[in-house]
Design a protein around this ligand. Structure first.
Ligand code: PMP
Length: 461
């Protein structure tokens, strides 16, 4: 089922042009040197993105002077909100003392960050790099080298970054089986096998068919771009068992979920320990840091002792000085204040959901949060809003969330985003993430903004 939002979208685009004329003008200028006006497609909303000049806590300021309440929060990295003092003060002090920009050496900060990370994720060894994409790519290469096998198993809708093995099974096209980019080697489609999130029966089938050729199963304990929803315990525990019996490595991609639900990996909350875990986003305290942590017999494939068999090396900016300082300070802060930070995040998440539900309920519009019937991980601060056409659905898999005959895709992606921006609230995939920086007053502002947006949209439903 598709609804026609073209008239609403063009009315809102005209309003937005008046609301943010400086951003509109900057967008036109950007188009002459930047592809689509920027360098990350998700930031380049239509008709144009707000150009941000400041970000603090829950709030942004754009070039027009609009104060915008933000739920994107740095691709979900900023669990304490934007530019938290705990990091900015340490960086400012370090920079004033000739430490923080690119050095190309190794230092104490890196050791301290590694110690916290390994301890909190229950892993033996870690190696740092600079993006989630690189971390999952290296984890997959390690798994292929360790097992001597070719195939990678992943779930449909699971985003692990834009490397060769990550670009299959992302967008819905009557299912999740396709390769999504031109220019890849011909072998990629055959090397990546796609299964279903929270579908243990299908997982078993895939292992029966491909198990002895599978190097790894890479999966998020809480899927991000694929719906911001937790796995079921049963699914992750089945994955652990199947990997063990077929000699396949289990990789948890915790680039979003790591340090988001506790000061460490989310796998612990499901009672499952992976062989390798990839981390990014929150561990860097706002700086570009990512990591692969895991079993020493696997990580050691990249060591001098084993002749650098896996070339997980290089990276001019890997374990960059300022980034390691930020990572060390941020993770330390999260560990020390774990009880307070994570209960605040959970409360902020719960209040966010209450506000949104009540705003749409007053307008009689059916809205759900993806994964909201899964009781295996409650109190999430990650939110994807979905607008199902029918009541009573489970909405526990990307197959339901992204199927346009089950949920209204245009509404949750484009329409809501523009309607909310006109209310000075920035949301992505319907909403985004709550942080410890969102006060109850901020969340009330969110509820009121959704109420006005819902009233505007209702005549088009
Ligand atoms: N894994 C997951 C689960 C992610 O959400 C992302 C990014 N959204 C990545 C990997 C890739 O990270 P990056 O964008 O830092 O390359």
């Amino acid at each position: 089922m598709t609804r026609d939002y073209s008239q609403l979208m063009s009315e809102m685009a005209a309003d937005y042009q008046r609301h943010a004329p400086v951003s509109a003008e900057l967008h036109q200028r950007a188009l002459s040197t930047l592809v689509d006006g920027g360098s990350h497609s998700i930031r380049l909303m239509e008709p144009f993105a707000p150009r941000i000049r400041k970000a603090y806590g829950a709030w942004l300021e754009d070039e027009d002077g609009n104060q915008i309440l933000d739920f994107w929060q740095g691709h979900y990295a900023n669990i304490l909100g934007h530019n938290p003092a705990v990091v900015t003060e340490a960086l400012a002090e370090a920079l004033s003392e000739n430490y923080g920009l690119q050095g190309g050496f190794t230092d104490r900060q890196q050791i301290e960050a590694a110690e916290i990370l390994c301890h909190q994720t229950r892993q033996d060894l870690v190696r740092f790099t600079t993006s989630g994409t690189l971390a999952t790519m290296y984890a997959i290469i390690l798994a292929r080298a360790f097992t001597g096998r070719e195939l990678i198993l992943k779930v449909g809708g699971g985003w692990h970054g834009a490397h060769l093995w990550g670009l299959k099974g992302l967008g819905w096209n009557d299912g999740f089986g396709e390769v999504e980019s031109d220019g890849l080697p011909n072998s990629v489609p055959d090397q990546v096998i796609v299964t279903g999130y929270n579908n243990s029966g299908l997982l078993e089938e895939k292992f029966r068919r491909y198990g002895d050729k599978l190097a790894c199963f890479i999966v998020e304990p809480v899927i991000g771009a694929g719906g911001m929803m937790p796995a079921t315990k049963e699914f992750l525990q089945a994955a652990r068992k199947l990997c063990d019996s077929y000699g396949t490595l289990l990789i948890f991609d915790e680039v979003i979920s790591g340090f988001r639900f506790r000061a460490g990996d989310a796998g612990l909350l499901f009672g499952v320990k992976p062989d390798l875990v990839t981390l990014g986003k929150a561990i860097g305290g706002g700086m570009p840091v990512s990591a692969v942590a895991g079993r020493s017999d696997v990580l050691k494939l990249t060591s001098r002792e084993l002749g650098f068999r896996v070339k997980f090396s290089g990276g001019t900016y890997s374990a960059h000085a300022g980034s390691m300082l930020a990572a060390n300070i941020y993770m330390r802060h999260l560990v020390k204040n774990e009880a307070e930070v994570y209960s605040k995040l959970a409360e902020s998440g719960a209040e966010t959901r209450r506000q949104v539900q009540s705003a749409f309920a007053s307008e009689g519009i059916k809205v759900r949060f993806a994964g909201d019937r899964n009781n295996d991980l409650r109190l999430s601060s990650l939110h994807m809003l979905v607008f199902p056409f029918k009541e009573g659905l489970e909405l526990n898999t990307p197959e339901e969330i992204f199927n346009p005959s089950i949920c209204d895709q245009a509404l949750s992606e484009k329409v809501i985003q523009l309607a909310m921006l006109l209310e000075n609230v920035h949301v992505v995939h319907g909403l985004g993430s709550s942080t410890t920086a969102h006060s109850n007053e901020d969340l009330q502002i969110l509820g009121e903004a959704f109420g006005r947006a819902a009233r505007r949209i209702k005549p088009y439903l």
